[in-house]
Ligand binder design. Structure first.
Ligand code: BGC
Ligand code: NOJ
Length: 829
């Protein structure tokens, strides 16, 4: 069952009912100011950091689920309704929500009155613009009132939802004309403020939540002011400050009126915090006055429909541009819509926000993840390489000089987060992968010389190359008894905690130091991860390639020898006959092996082991891929492990705490499905790769939205696995490494257009039924118009490749760098 449809021409998903099976959201903003907006206008805004600069309030895990947002209420002769249906939930005569690239349009109509609301954050602008177009479609004159509503958060979202003894007394506002200013804590230690304005005279306002609602027993669904059709002109004083504009409107038949609301954020320099004089008409209870110059300028920027139209056009142009870098035309519309629009869009969002703020991530739990942000770059780097470069330097700066890493950092301070600390065994390797992918995309070898400090030597002169060196050797220097990397607190799978296991409720599986291992430095020197081994052999060659390019041949040979040794160790100690085991636990027992009672096979090591060709000569790759198909494949994707754990295995940590079929205990973790898609494609089995791809790619799950529940235009982290009662139900949508990895899987492995150090590889591994496809790729200043022909209906194999009619050996298109468009023709066979 569907709840809408894709409009590919406009690059929108069109939702035709407010009652989607879960709130279906969109993100507004790309740089500083961000908003989350659901299809019923729920959600919230923040500046850069969803914890430290939260602008509007949102209550997670609320009842009803999605309550709180920016709402417009219309009172049309006693009938009260919202254009987005919620919160009043009056049945609408018509409803539509269009989520587009950085904007959302929600249109509702009732009794002949239509309200179309366009929400967007313009480029380089720290505010959300909300344009409301009201149209009287009835045959008679209509008089009605419209109320806006935003609830301020008191900046630190964590404090805001815990520290009530203080927060119920700190709220402050100023009101000037049609603008309501949120100046809580401004006088004291903050230099930032927010405002909510409308480009018209108003008939009243409210800034005190209780006054707006009329009673502490009311909710957002029955505010007295709205139902009585009159604002109370309340002035917030402590308690919970809000911002609501009240406006009376009369429209002749056919007449329209446009109102432009702006929810903005601004910062003032310390010496310009206050205005010298108090303007006439300013409402305040303070002796000081906020300097509003920046707000005035922001308000002026979008105070007419023409300016709004220009802002929207600029946003559209930006996205058209970003999405023109890589475009494909395949025989499958769903592939085209994923690759050309939605997967790339999601990659931007995950790049911007890592795992911080979604409808599943509260924005206060964690900042940017080291491994997450590095992986996000893989899917984003071609869009705005300069931003990827800056991010790489930020991330690397939180690394320690021994190669260890802070697992997370706060985007506002860019400092490693001491609460979670380090010792996640996979973290350093993702840095090698992301820096290599940046160089492959841009050819900017200069990044290796960039001055990048270590967290424990902030003033020291260090280069990015040094960061790669210590990353690589951090693995080599921390091996266990079988010569495999130590598992430490966790590897990619946060829930396999072979050292941090505990039997006490509330102890964090990732940061708890088990007394057993205290003397050993906090983690077991026995527990080893076969996943990190495989990730090492997969990423290591990129490091070797970098050293070779720099002419450091001895160092390259030394690193290569480590990779070869790791492959040998993995084959000897971690190949179980038909697949690779997952780990050795702290007792030296195998995990993810035939010998285990449950959890006999895990997905994570397999893809990277296959792509590193570990044991290929003995057929380990095909055996492994076949085992995955046999044990992990099911209707909605590949489960993480099988059989699911039904008992609590304390020695494994968090993983078996989940009921079977959810999350890391045999859920379909879409992120690592991508690694198998890549591996199948790599092994030449394009049909299988595509089968797995189409099981999880959102556009393909659209038809089963009633089961899948989350947005059909973006990936979620997890889908309930075959052991789950809610088999097929998606969760944790939007902020997941799946976005980047599936972009890699479809574009670089299946469609086979893959940047390399010395050119653009074109080596598809596609469904044999396809006759071919075309792609357009901007790469290092040139544009490549690629045509793939598949006359023999194979999956993989480049029979011939020509560039501008000239045959090229192999499948790498050399970089020409002449800034022109080149024709690449490939025949498979
Ligand atoms: C979750 C992971 C998450 C981790 C870190 C675990 O409990 O299952 O998905 O990455 O916590 O926050
Ligand atoms: C989500 C985390 O963000 C990611 O870093 C981790 O690898 C997966 N969970 C698997 O546990």
């Amino acid at each position: 069952m569907k709840f809408g449809h894709f409009d590919d021409t406009r690059k929108e998903y069109v939702i035709n009912t407010p009652k989607t099976p879960y709130p279906w959201i969109n993100y507004l903003g790309n740089q500083g100011f961000f908003s989350l907006i659901s299809n019923t206008a729920g959600g919230y805004s923040f500046y850069k950091d969803a914890r430290l600069r939260r602008i509007t309030r949102y209550r997670y895990n609320n009842v009803p689920l999605d309550m709180g947002g920016r709402y417009f209420y219309i009172n049309d002769n006693g009938t009260v309704w919202n254009p987005g249906w919620s919160p009043v939930k009056t049945e609408l005569d018509s409803y539509e929500c269009r989520h587009g690239m950085g904007y959302t349009v929600i249109t509702g109509a009732k009794n002949g009155l239509k309200a179309e609301v366009t929400f967007f954050v313009p480029q380089d602008y720290d505010g959300e613009v909300q344009q409301v177009v009201l149209t009287n479609d009835s045959a008679s004159e209509k008089s009605f009132s419209i109320f806006s509503m935003a609830e301020w958060c008191l900046w630190d979202a964590q404090d805001d939802c815990t520290n009530f003894q203080r927060n119920f007394s700190t709220g402050r506002v100023e009101i000037e004309g049609s603008t309501i200013y949120h100046v809580t804590e401004y006088r004291d230690r903050r230099n930032h403020y927010a405002f909510y304005t409308v480009n018209d005279e108003i008939d009243g306002y409210d800034t005190d939540r209780d006054a707006f609602l009329g009673s502490i027993y009311n909710g957002w669904d029955n505010p007295t002011t709205v139902f009585e059709g009159k604002a109370s002109n309340s002035f917030a004083d402590g308690w919970s400050p809000v911002a609501s504009h009240y406006k009376k409107i009369t429209l002749a038949p056919g007449e329209s009126k446009t109102l432009i609301y702006i929810l903005g954020y601004a910062e003032n320099p310390q010496d310009k915090k206050f205005a010298d004089t108090k303007p006439e008409g300013l409402l305040t209870r303070e002796t000081w006055v906020l300097n509003k110059e920046k707000a005035y300028a922001m308000i002026d920027k979008y105070n007419t429909p023409e300016k709004v139209a220009a802002g929207l056009a600029e946003l559209r142009a930006t996205w058209d541009n970003l999405l023109s870098i890589f475009k494909v035309d395949t025989p499958d519309d769903k592939v085209n819509r994923m690759v050309n629009i939605w997967n790339q869009y999601q990659c931007m969002v995950t790049f911007n926000l890592s795992r911080s703020a979604s409808y599943f991530e509260s924005g206060i739990g964690r900042g940017m993840g080291f491994r997450d942000s590095n992986q996000d770059i893989l899917g984003f780097v071609h869009q705005i390489p300069e931003r990827a470069r800056e991010r790489l330097i930020d991330i690397a700066s939180t690394q320690l000089s021994d190669g260890g890493c802070y697992h997370q950092y706060q985007p506002l301070t860019k400092k490693g987060n001491a609460d979670i600390g380090g010792d996640f065994s996979d973290d350093p390797l993702w840095m090698i992968l992301s820096v290599a992918s940046y160089i492959k995309e841009t050819g900017d070898w200069g990044i290796l010389d960039a001055n990048v400090p270590f967290d424990d030597d902030p003033e020291g002169k260090h280069t990015m190359l040094e960061h790669l060196d210590v990353s690589f050797y951090h693995i080599v220097n921390n091996l266990g008894p079988h010569g495999l990397p130590l598992a430490m607190r966790a590897d990619w799978n946060d829930c396999i905690n072979l050292s941090c296991f505990s039997d006490t409720p509330g102890e964090s599986f990732q940061t708890y130091t088990n007394p057993k291992f205290k003397a050993e430095g906090g983690y077991s020197k026995i527990a080893e991860s076969a996943f990190v081994a495989a990730l090492f052999t997969y990423t290591g060659p990129a490091y070797v390639g970098i050293l070779e390019h720099l002419g450091k041949n001895d160092e390259a040979a030394k690193a290569q020898a480590e990779i070869d040794k790791m492959k040998k160790n993995t084959m000897e100690s971690a190949f179980d006959g038909d697949w690779f085991i997952r780990a050795y636990d702290a007792n030296g027992e195998k995990m993810g092996s035939k010998e285990c009672e449950e959890g006999k096979i895990f997905i994570e090591p397999q893809g990277f082991a296959v792509m590193s060709e570990i044991g290929k000569e003995e057929g380990a790759d095909i055996k492994t891929l076949n085992a995955i198909d046999k044990y992990l494949n099911c209707e909605f994707g590949l489960v993480l492990n099988n059989p699911a754990f039904t008992k609590y295995y304390i020695q494994y940590g968090e993983i078996s705490t989940y009921p079977g079929g959810y999350k890391e205990n045999a859920g379909i973790f879409t992120h690592n499905n991508a690694w198998i898609i890549c591996a199948e494609a790599y092994a030449g089995r394009g049909d299988k790769a595509f089968e797995y791809y189409s099981k999880i790619a959102p556009a393909f799950t659209e038809e089963t939205s009633d089961i899948h529940k989350t947005e059909p235009y973006v990936y979620g982290q997890m889908i309930g696995g075959k052991d789950a009662k809610n088999f097929g139900q998606g969760k944790n949508s939007w902020l997941t490494g799946t976005a980047a990895w599936n972009m890699v899987a479809i574009s670089q492995y299946i469609l086979g257009v893959k940047p390399e150090f010395d050119g653009l590889r074109v080596d598809p591994s596609i469904p044999s039924a396809w006759d071919g496809f075309t792609a357009s790729r901007q790469f290092r200043g040139d544009t490549y118009e690629i045509t793939i022909k598949n006359p023999d209906h194979v999956c993989k194999g480049v029979k011939s490749l020509t560039v501008d009619g000239q045959p090229v050996e192999g499948c790498i298109v050399p970089v020409s760098g002449d800034g022109k468009t080149h024709k690449v023709e490939v025949t498979l066979g």
